[in-house]
Design a protein around this ligand. Sequence first.
Ligand code: ARG
Length: 572
Amino acid sequence: MDLERLLTDRLAPAFATVAGGPVDPLVRRSPRADFQSDAALALARRLGRPPRDIAAAVLEHAELDDVCAAAEVSGPGFLNLTVADRTLATLVSGLAGDDRLGVPVAPAPETVVVDYSAPNVAKEMHVGHLRSTVIGDAAVRLLDWLGHRVVRVNHLGDWGTPFGMLIEHLVDLGEAEATQELSMGDLDSFYKAARVKFDADEAFRERSRQRVVALQGGDERTLRLWRLLVEQSERYFLTVYELLDVTLTRDDFRGESAYNDRLGGVVDELDRLGLLRASDGADCVFPSGFTGRDGEPLPLIVRKGDGGYGYPATDLAALRHRTDDLGATRLLYVVGLPQRQHFAMVFAVAEAAGWLRPPTRAVHLGFGSILGSDGRMLRSRAGGSVKLVGLLEEAVARATELARTKNPELDAEAAAEIGRAVGIGAIKYADLATDRARDYVLDWERMLSLDGNTAPYLQYAYSRIRSVFRRAGTDARPDAEILLTEPAERALAFELLGFAGVVAEMERSLEFHHLAGYLHRLASTFSAFYERCPVLRASGELRESRLVLADLTARTLRQGLHLLGIRTVERM
Ligand code: ARG
């Protein structure tokens, strides 16, 4: 049980008695004592009583004796709470014997669909897909660990008019040649070559248009060629996922094409509900609350003038599949912020149609861009989009080089393992440690640095603790008595006990920079503890107790990093 919770549970009934109704005690860590509660201040106006009086009355009613060593009113009406060492020690012992580190399994597990990664067939994955993949995978790992039923959906862009020209280009190249090019991951040049022909050659354009018609009409040969394109791209994406160490598999691909036979139903149903309006030859829904720059209502186009369905209709069909067939009550869409309006409108239409209703909710987890050192969108030297694999390979190469320089005796295999964990970890951490909605600059020096809020710093902290145990020649004994006499020991105990609260907050917000910040604080607090409190040089019970604190720190770092999709290494 985390301490915030425990103190909240003790204070809430007392506040309720004093205020005559439920009150959140607003318990938080405090620089003045261990914790403070500021709720009396907010209540003062409502109750027409001085806040210090309220705080004093709350103290009279609250059962705190077995938890706190001191509880007092201070300043204008804060409650300052000092936790008893014994309480702290008991709680830390509880953590030591708990392989979930105090984090409970969700009491009411939900089915959660996480829509993430979602690159486009026969197109290079770009850095936006990197962010989606990294953030989405962290969400999946966290919700899964909490006991939810998580369905990963890789909403691949595998349908639409560009497939006409892509298939025609494939036909021109010959299947063998095209397959070769695509399986090498040369997606961009394939796409661009098709595009160039499409723009320059009227006959090619005409063939492409007819090919789209054949594809939509279900022509066997066309479908076979289309499948070839999709399979080659999927194979390539899987190599990226493997390198990136994410949990997406072949079974998670469910591209836009999977919803083809439901698109008509979506439009019919919208029509039946009276939500459909014709506009410029297209079938549209005008969800309330959305207006363009000119103040005119904005349409969500569900069927285009040529009778084709597009991206919005597909998302509506996918949403219905997720709620109706998969039984999901929480839908997450990890997609860049430029698509914010698209999702807001899709959700609004789904609500209006009754397809999305409480307790089911849909959330767009939008994110900002990755910028180059010039502060502009990340571009390759040639000015094109940066190839994702290149970026990952560079990270691994740089980290392997660093590991070698730091530790020349490392054999090649060990250096490669460290290089991979640290390089990929650094990329993921730099992403997850930033507020999701913000842009950030890709800065190799900073993200690979061994100090600061970085993956290497945390991985190094972990490996240092593991080396303590190698030198100790024993594991920590989880039933050892916990002694907390030094301030640095108490400080570490508080951080360790904070993990469950941070995870609970993460489950709600999925803002992973809070978890990153927590892990960084934990590692720094450990480092201060390790400087001040000898572990291996202590003896008897004190040594045993400190080994437990060290082990708990290592386990918490490892679990926290694991939730972010980052590996730890025993030595580095
Ligand atoms: N393929 C799209 C893109 O690259 C992302 C799809 C996101 N998911 C969705 N359900 N619309 O922009």
